[in-house]
Design a protein around this ligand. Structure first.
Ligand SMILES: Cc1ncc(COP(=O)(O)O)c(C=O)c1O
Length: 402
């Protein structure tokens, strides 16, 4: 058993709730098992990572196979690592034909940073626009794009010329001009809950970027890999980004990210010196990519299976069960798409008490960064109908008990 005091003395923390302490000894499927014998349903999927389930057997098999060959060799172009090619060839079977080249990195933040650098090399502009209350990572570049001063002031000076538009607000699109280098957008906004695009907002955003020569960078770091019911959420909204950023579920439990863009943009990364592009030691690590390829195949199989079998519950239908059945006096509403949902608690409800009560009832969930009154309902996509019912009754009981 891990000692809490010793752990906190030695491992720096950014958040602590004393009543929620986990000492995981195993995670499999939708469950995380604790050292004291308790098991929890993971409604966070490790923050949208375990889409095909924790320790998916195919993912484990792929990792085992790759570690027998090699773990790490240099990742740059001189080394033609086959796992890197195998992955993008398979991924391109599902992507719009305009997205032709991939660049591998280590995380979501780094994918965003790399995409912005590619955009700057492409149109030589400075201004970056993001949604108000969006989060794209914790590196200083990504922190520069946060809208709330309380999170940026202590880290000044940051990148200049970072501005904001409100998600779903058409008139704000005029703030995107021929001075704007790139817009970093989300398909489904997740900063302060889960909010769906309305009235063809994303098509209008695409059009405005085209009119102004602005690079449209799409952050599908949370929404990717089946989370919203399609492999990528943007498939549901009739537009194609210039650069797509992925991470989290991509690796199936190992750390990897990537950005995939149009050829004309991606080729600008190659400038004769790695530092006038983007350099990374581990990006495109073969073990992570073996895992990622197995994860992609597992999610693709899940989506194909639900398309071909009327008696298989789809990811959308699974999400609908949550949206329909999570009714309680403390819940204002549940909003989302697929298994990407937020419970919005009523204003006077103490979210911390709800989190603790959920935990005591065997449910791991969490709040959204800019709205603590909204809780994540984002379980692994492999969750069964029976397990969904079990998780709903545990959440409702937890709410009864606060
Ligand atoms: C939407 C979104 N973008 C980017 C990131 C950053 O990803 P990472 O933590 O892998 O750097 C996150 C992480 O939570 C995220 O939710």
């Amino acid at each position: 058993m891990t000692d809490l005091k010793e752990f906190r003395e030695n491992v720096a923390q950014i958040s602590e709730i004393d009543e929620i302490i986990l000492d995981p000894v195993k995670a499999e499927g939708i469950y995380v098992y604790n050292s004291d014998g308790r098991k929890f349903i993971d409604m966070l999927s490790g923050i949208c990572v375990g889409n095909a389930g924790h320790r998916n057997p195919q993912v484990i098999k792929a990792i085992e196979k790759q570690i027998k060959d090699y773990l790490h060799v240099m990742v740059y172009g001189e080394f033609m690592q086959k796992p890197q090619l195998d992955y993008i060839k398979r991924l391109k079977e599902f992507l719009p034909k305009e997205l032709t080249q991939i660049f591998y990195v280590n995380s979501g933040s780094e994918a965003i940073e790399g995409a912005i650098k590619a955009a700057k090399l492409y149109n030589h502009r400075k201004e970056i626009i993001t949604y108000t209350n969006s989060y794209h990572g914790s590196t200083l570049g990504c922190v520069s794009m946060l809208s709330a001063k309380e999170f940026t002031e202590c880290f000044q000076p940051l990148l200049p010329e970072c501005h904001h538009i409100q998600f779903n607000t058409e008139k704000d699109l005029l703030k995107i001009t021929d001075k704007t280098c790139c817009v970093v957008a989300e398909t489904v906004s997740v900063g302060d809950g889960v909010k769906l695009p309305k009235n063809d907002y994303l098509k209008k955003l695409r059009k405005r970027c085209d009119e102004t020569g602005t690079v449209l960078i799409l952050d599908e770091i949370q929404t990717g890999f089946g989370r919203t019911g399609t492999l990528f959420a943007f498939e549901q909204y009739g537009f194609v980004p210039d650069i797509l950023c992925i991470a989290k579920a991509m690796g199936g439990g190992l750390p990897i990210g990537a950005f995939i863009g149009k050829e004309a943009i991606m080729q600008r990364l190659n400038n004769g010196h790695p530092l006038i592009g983007h350099a990374t030691t581990y990006g495109g690590n073969p073990v992570c990519l073996a895992s990622a390829l197995a994860q992609l195949n597992e999610v693709a199989k899940l989506l194909e299976n639900e398309r071909n079998n009327d008696n298989v519950l789809s990811i959308q239908q699974k999400g609908e069960i949550y949206r329909n059945k999570l009714k309680h006096k403390h819940i204002e509403r549940v909003e989302g798409v697929g298994l990407f949902n937020a419970i919005y608690l009523k204003k006077d409800v103490d979210w911390k008490k709800v989190l603790i009560s959920c935990f005591n009832n065997g449910i791991i969930t969490g709040t959204h960064l800019f709205n603590a009154n909204s809780l994540s309902i984002k379980p692994p996509l492999i969750i069964t109908e029976e397990e969904i019912e079990e998780s709903i009754s545990k959440i409702l009981k937890a709410l009864d008990e606060i």
